[in-house]
Design a protein around this ligand. Structure first.
Ligand code: ZN
Length: 226
């Protein structure tokens, strides 16, 4: 009861896909962070160019620590790039920087999936934090009863919705990134495949997160039925 082997059956697809996505990403990023772009631009310069050309001169591009910690913060209306992508002038650095700029372009265009994702982010954050405590309490009190399963279904439903809406947000940001990179001539035609490989591999990690959330939800729905 405390350790349900059936859970593993549900967890396996997400775990395998997650590992595959991470391997693909580290391979693609590892390769294309070693190949410089013809334009010689750094990630920070490419992001600045894309933002300025879109009239987003007030959106700052800042450097942050961490590996692949790059993100756009809609609440601060600011773009944050990890040091290697901020300073780097590789295909990977420029590709990632353009992707994050793509999120700023979505924000400017009031792209509905991004607005929805931003709106439900605090609820998702609360649910995932609360879930850790609930799961821990379940272990301490040896209680994984009806109430526990009901809460789990609510938590993983929220996670699933969040991960589901994350997919169009991420794929659309990469689509916008590539469009701007080639339109503005920041990346040349023969560099296109490299940019795509890095961004597609990054997107796959979000697919893995969705599969994990869905399988956890299915597991608890199955438990409720049993
Ligand atoms: Zn993104």
């Amino acid at each position: 009861m405390y350790f349900d082997p059936i859970w593993f059956l549900f967890a396996i697809p997400g775990i395998l896909l997650g590992i595959w996505a991470q391997v693909k990403l580290s391979h693609a990023y590892g390769k294309y962070s070693q190949i410089g772009v013809d334009s010689g631009m750094t990630g920070a310069e490419a992001a600045r160019e894309i933002l300025d050309r879109a009239g987003l001169v007030n959106v700052p591009v800042e450097e942050i620590p961490g590996h692949l910690s790059d993100h756009y913060d809609p609440t601060k209306r600011a773009l944050f790039l990890s040091s290697e992508n901020f300073r780097g002038n590789s295909i990977a650095a420029v590709g990632v920087a353009a992707h994050e700029s793509g999120h700023a372009l979505q924000h400017q265009a009031a792209y509905a999936p991004l607005s929805f994702r931003t709106a439900i982010a605090p609820i998702t954050q609360f649910a995932s934090t609360a879930w850790m405590f609930i799961f821990f309490a379940g272990f301490i009190f040896h209680s994984f009863g009806h109430m526990f399963i009901t809460i789990a279904i609510v938590v993983f439903s929220i996670m699933t919705v969040f991960q589901l809406v994350t997919l169009p947000v991420e794929y659309d940001a990469s689509r916008r990134a590539k469009e701007q990179l080639f339109r503005l001539g920041l990346v040349h035609e023969h560099e296109r495949a490299g940019v795509s490989k890095v961004l597609d591999a990054a997107a796959l990690t979000y697919v893995a997160a969705l599969v994990t959330a869905v399988m956890d939800l299915l597991y608890f729905l199955d438990r409720a039925r049993r």
